[in-house]
Every structure is written in C-alpha cells, then in structure tokens.
Design a protein around this ligand. Structure first.
Ligand code: SAH
Ligand code: SF4
Ligand code: F3S
Length: 472
C-alpha cells in the first residue's frame, strides 16, 4: 500500500504555527537587538542529517538565526540516533552538560528529537532524569514541529509527541542545506526488514517511497541552484517503489535522475543484498553519472548467523552478487557494514566474516560491535562469546581490513582522478580535500575558491584512510 502524504490542511496548520513563531521572534529581535538563535546537533545516519536540514528549514522560515555554540543558543535541538548504545550515551552525556549551561541561561529551550526518543523507555528516562528538557518529539512528528515548538514557547512543562503513526510523507517541509555543491535527497523512509539486531524499523516505521515526480522535482531545483552531486537516501533504497504500485523501481529512478541536466554525480545508500537485482547492476554500469561505488552491507559471513539475523541471503549468494558486480563494473569501489559479536556468533562463525573480507577486498568497511537494543528479537539471546573474545575478534577484523585498505589505496597511485573539491582538509589546513568518483578522499593543494569545482588530480601517495595528490 502506498504511503499517504499529509493533507494540505494538515500542513496549513504547521505553516500557521511557523507564522506565529515568526511574529514572536520578530518581537524578540526588536527587544534584544538580535535574532533568536538555534543550535542543532545531529547524531546517526544521513537520514538524520537530512531530517536536521528540514528542522533548520522550518526554523529559518520561522525567523530563527543559527549558532554553532550551544552556550549562545536560545534553542538547542538534538536530533538523535538509537542504532547502538554508544550513540544514546553520547546524547545523555550532552544533556548532562547542557543542564549546567541552562542554569546560567534559564530561558534556553532544549529539545530532543529523532530515533532515540521514538522509544518509549528512553522518552520516560529523559523526562525523569533530565527535567531541563522542554520538548521531546519522535521521527513521525517532524512535520508537526512548528506546533510543538510554539507550545513549548508558550506553555509550562515539557511538551511530548512520540505518537507512532507508522509514518506519513510530508513533502511541504522546507529544507535548509549547508552546502550547495552536494545534496542528500531522501527517496524513501522507514524499513520493513526487521533484521533481528536492529532498532531502525521500530523507530522509523514501515517503508514508504516518495513519488518519483516529487524526487525529480527536488533534484531539478537543486541542479538549477548549482548542486552537481546528488546522494539518494533510504534504509534500503533498492526496495524503492514496491509500495507505490506504479511499476517504478530504484533502477528506473536512477535512470530518471541520470537524465537531469546539471547533475554530474549520483550516489545512493544503502542497498540490501537480498534486493540487489541484475537490472540495478546494469543500470549502475550504464548510467554515466552514477558513481562507480557500491555500499552493500553483509553484516556477517556465517550462514547460521545470517539466518539468526534474518538477512535473507547466505555467504555464497553474497559472494555471487559481488562477483557479478565486479565483472560488470570493473574497478567499482566496494564498501560494507559488518557486525562483530552477534549473540549466536562463535569464533568459528567469525572466521567466515574474515573470509568474506579476504575474498571481496572491500575499499573500506564500517565495523561495529553488536549492541543489544531493547525491544529487538536478538536482545533476548544470551551471547556465546565473552566481551573479551568479541573485542579480540573485532581487533583482528580491523587489522586485516587496514592491510586491504592500504593495498587498495596503493592501486590509485599514479592515476589521474576527477575530484569534486569539498573544502579545507581536516588533517592539514594547507590542503584542500575532495572525493573521487569512487568516493575516495583525496587531499591536495588547490586554491580556496575551487570549492564546488571538479578538478583533475594525479594521485601521488596512498595513506591508510585517504590519498594525496597534485592538481594537473
Ligand atoms: N539500512 C542500512 C543501515 C542501517 S544502520 C542497512 O541495512 O544496511 C547501519 C549499520 O549499523 C548496519 O548496517 C549495521 O551494521 C549496524 N547496526 C545496526 N544495528 C546494530 C546493532 N544493534 N549493533 C551493532 N551494529 C548495528
Ligand atoms: Fe536495520 Fe536491517 Fe533495516 Fe538496515 S535493513 S535498517 S540493518 S532492519
Ligand atoms: Fe540512527 Fe535512526 Fe539513522 S537509529 S542510524 S539515526 S535511522
């Protein structure tokens, strides 16, 4: 069943509250000689980054200015992630610090939103332990933020909205993006896969795809404003369109975005191995703007563990897909996600994960130690390995992959790559940084005004996590 978009009337209510806040903010600015300032912090995945851009879009329309410092802010918003325990601990840590800041800024408003607070037990904990939090809203309430914020500004006590509407789509929310040259564009929301370790389906609701015309219009207007790199986002992009029932799948969508004038690079994430069709592989191969890079999480190498994770493929099938991808698209960069220490994983099972790394030779991996998530099926399982054994395995995995990364990077030395200049390098202030078509980070000398430009760079040196080069 296709997802429902919110109605015009529903958005009109939110827009009405944006106008009311704007009036209040105008009075504030007259009284204080400065605009009311908001500070946002984002945890978690690109989906959350994109949601924060919507939050900032609504705040900007409501007359807020922005500040990088929580101390200077009149409104602090944490957009949170629940995928692993350490993501949640970070936010609790920040809230603790904010308590002290608020003591000397009593008028400061504090809001916590996103995946973490979509869980009832976390919401309760925040209300109990952090009574300086004024507003809590979950992922499904994003489009209602203007009303919730207005209530926070005018009512006493904490305002809470974590209703689970299983998700709607709100196309009307304005988006304020940081960069012009690159943009994230969500193509779908939610997830239906219920991997047994994962909280995402529980906090993001069911899969729902945006209509192709809404996505294409967004990309067209981005391209018209000078954006050349588009990253299409979804928890499982290759099941895009299944719920629409109009015969458009993710490969079709890629082709349509590929046809948009002004777009030069298209990236997308994340793909699930169970849905990776040959049609999609051919589309990546044939579309000139689609970057030759694929992020395909395999999570674990053991068939038993994959079954316990509810992943719907085995090691053999995963390696078959990779072989097909490599033979159709030679030189494609491959990345993945891996979990170490799933409760039923034994040391022998873990060897299978190492074997996949050796066989595929990923360009880079994102590896995580399993984190127990309350409410997921895996949370009921007793781990067979001790924490020590799991950490030992995790380190062995890192060591192996570090070697592979270095070797893969060495293959670039001497090549000339097209790089989109991103900005100043994080590691060396005298250098600029950018990414190749395959997604590799390259640091090199370039004029500061080259940000947003595509330049040719000869790769001169391979480092562990990045490349160095010189402009040619
Ligand atoms: N939808 C995407 C990404 C989801 S979250 C996908 O399926 O690939 C990103 C990664 O976090 C996952 O791929 C997984 O490797 C990791 N992850 C999810 N839940 C986790 C947990 N409970 N403990 C450790 N890692 C987890
Ligand atoms: Fe989580 Fe699995 Fe969905 Fe990815 S596909 S978000 S890992 S449930
Ligand atoms: Fe985290 Fe939510 Fe993304 S749980 S990984 S921010 S979908």
């Amino acid at each position: 069943m296709a997802a429902t978009n919110i109605t015009e009337e529903q958005w009109a209510v939110s827009a009405g509250y944006i106008a009311k806040i704007k009036e209040d903010n105008a009075n504030f600015a007259v009284k204080h000689g400065r605009p009311r300032l908001a500070h946002t912090e984002t945890y978690g995945c690109q989906q959350n980054v994109n949601d924060t851009e919507r939050i900032r879009g609504m705040l900007s329309e409501a007359g807020f200015g922005f500040t990088d410092s929580a101390e200077k802010a009149d409104l602090v918003i944490y957009n949170t992630c629940a995928v692993r325990e350490n993501a949640e601990q970070k936010v609790f840590g920040r809230l603790g610090i904010l308590k002290h800041i608020k003591e000397s800024h009593p008028n400061m408003m504090v809001a916590v939103c996103g995946c973490m607070v979509q869980q009832e037990h976390i919401c309760e904990k925040i209300k109990k332990v952090h009574d300086h939090v004024d507003l809590i809203f979950g992922t499904h309430a994003l489009w209602r933020m203007p009303e919730l914020l207005y209530r926070t500004m005018t009512e006493k006590g904490v305002v809470v909205d974590i209703t689970d509407s299983d998700g709607v789509i709100a196309e009307e929310i304005p988006i304020l993006r940081d960069k012009t040259e690159k943009a994230w564009v969500s193509v779908m929301y939610g997830c239906n896969n219920f991997c047994t370790y994962c909280i995402v389906p529980h906090v993001r609701g069911r899969e729902r795809s945006r209509k192709p015309e809404d996505i294409l219009n967004e990309v067209k207007s981005l391209a018209a404003a000078g954006t050349t790199e588009i990253s299409l986002l979804g928890q499982n992009v290759n099941s895009y369109g299944k719920d629409l029932g109009i015969g458009v799948d993710f490969a079709d969508l890629l082709k349509m975005v590929n046809d948009i004038e002004g777009v030069r690079r298209i990236r997308f994430m994340t793909s699930h191995p169970k849905d990776l069709s040959d049609k999609l592989i051919y589309t990546i191969r044939d579309c000139d703007k689609v970057c030759k890079q694929l992020h395909l999480p395999f999570q674990a190498g053991s068939d038993k563990v994959l079954r316990d994770m509810n992943r719907h493929y085995d090691k053999k099938r995963y390696l078959e897909i990779i072989d097909k991808v490599k033979s159709e698209i030679p030189g494609i960069a491959l990345t993945t996600d891996v979990i170490v220490g799933f409760p039923t994983e034994t040391n022998e099972d873990f060897r299978e994960t190492l074997d996949v790394l050796r066989k595929v030779r990923f360009d880079s991996i994102f590896s995580f130690i399993y984190s127990r998530r309350e409410g997921t099926p895996a949370a009921k399982l007793e781990p067979v390995l001790s924490d020590e054994e799991i950490h030992k395995n995790f380190n062995e995995l890192l060591e192996l992959q570090n070697e592979i990364c270095k070797e893969k990077n060495l293959e670039y030395v001497g090549k000339i790559e097209e790089v989109l200049v991103d900005g100043e390098s994080k590691t060396d202030r005298n250098l600029m940084t950018g990414r190749t078509d395959s997604g590799k980070i390259v640091n090199f000398e370039a004029p500061e005004n080259s940000v947003g430009e595509y330049v040719k760079v000869e790769i001169t040196r391979a480092r562990q996590w990045s490349l160095e080069g010189k402009m040619v």
